[in-house]
Design a protein around this ligand. Structure first.
Ligand SMILES: Nc1ncnc2c1ncn2[C@@H]1O[C@H](COP(=O)(O)OP(=O)(O)OP(=O)(O)O)[C@@H](O)[C@H]1O
Length: 256
């Protein structure tokens, strides 16, 4: 049984109730899965449906073999599924330490111990623990946002465009952080605009088009698939960025 198994998931917003139109998707324990696709395909909406920020209108979301569709975000988070939204994911006027405390509100007894572990994992956060979150760089802020989500020791982390707005170098560093996090055992489902980079760090991927996964498979195969390249990656065969260290080929993988 997969860690996360989604079947026929549907849902959207009050004003647009059918954005996700029957999505099937799975994430195995310890896996990194990328969710890519054109602007407006419904990628963020799909993550919000899984995380309980939006209530699905149909379908099933099974996490650790239990149905979670219809549960609220706090209940889902308590079960070990954390979501890092794309925007407003830290409290800017609060210190780094206070932001982490907010992430630990669910489990106060273990919050101190968990904070100490996270300071060890991310020394930058320890150095800046008294600084206001708004003074952090974009990349540092994303690490803080992930650390807040890690306060309740999740098995699965949903990341919505973690590298949005970052310089290529900061994005590269953040992908490294995401890989290291995954190696420590956390499964990751991430929406990314930097499609080639996302595929290069993922085991599998889904291409979402108009609310449905149209293509799925091993990330390396999707990166080479001519249809996927033509539709979503600009058509040109380009070397994978990770591994050959050549960031000069970046560009056509961006959707925005
Ligand atoms: N709060 C909202 N209320 C109504 N419609 C919304 C809301 N948020 C998003 N939408 C609509 O849902 C559709 C899918 O948006 P979504 O953000 O999920 O797409 P996406 O694939 O993540 O694209 P992007 O890369 O642009 O973020 C879009 O047509 C968008 O306008």
């Amino acid at each position: 049984m997969s860690l996360l198994q989604i079947t026929g998931l549907r849902g959207g917003y009050a004003a647009a109730d059918e954005i996700v139109k029957g999505a099937d998707l799975k994430v195995e324990a310890g896996e990194i899965v990328a969710l890519i696709g054109p602007n407006g395909a419904g990628k963020s909406t799909l993550l919000k449906l899984i995380a309980g920020l939006l209530r699905p209108s149909g379908g099933s979301v099974r996490f650790k073999e239990q149905e979670i569709a219809g549960l609220g975000a706090p209940a889902i988070s308590r079960r070990g599924l954390s979501f890092v939204p794309q925007e407003r994911n830290v409290f800017g006027t609060m210190s780094v330490a206070e932001n982490l405390e907010m992430g630990g509100f669910i489990d106060g007894a273990h919050a101190r111990k968990r904070m100490a572990e996270l300071y060890e994992r991310f020394p930058m956060l320890s150095e800046k623990r008294r600084a206001a979150a708004r003074t952090l760089s974009g990349g540092q802020r994303q690490i803080l946002a992930m650390a807040i989500a890690l306060m309740n020791a999740p098995d699965l982390l949903l990341l919505d465009e973690p590298t949005a707005g970052l310089s290529p170098r900061a994005a590269e560093e953040l992908f490294g952080t995401i890989l290291a996090l995954n190696k420590s055992g956390v499964a990751i489902l991430m929406v990314e605009q930097n499609a080639l980079e996302a595929l290069s760090v993922s085991a599998r991927a889904y291409v979402l088009v108009q609310g449905r996964p149209e293509h799925e498979g091993r990330a390396a195969d999707l990166a080479d698939d001519p249809t996927v390249r033509d539709l979503f990656l600009g058509g040109k065969a380009q070397p994978m960025l990770r591994g050959n260290g050549d960031s000069s080929n970046k560009g056509t993988g961006d959707f925005t």
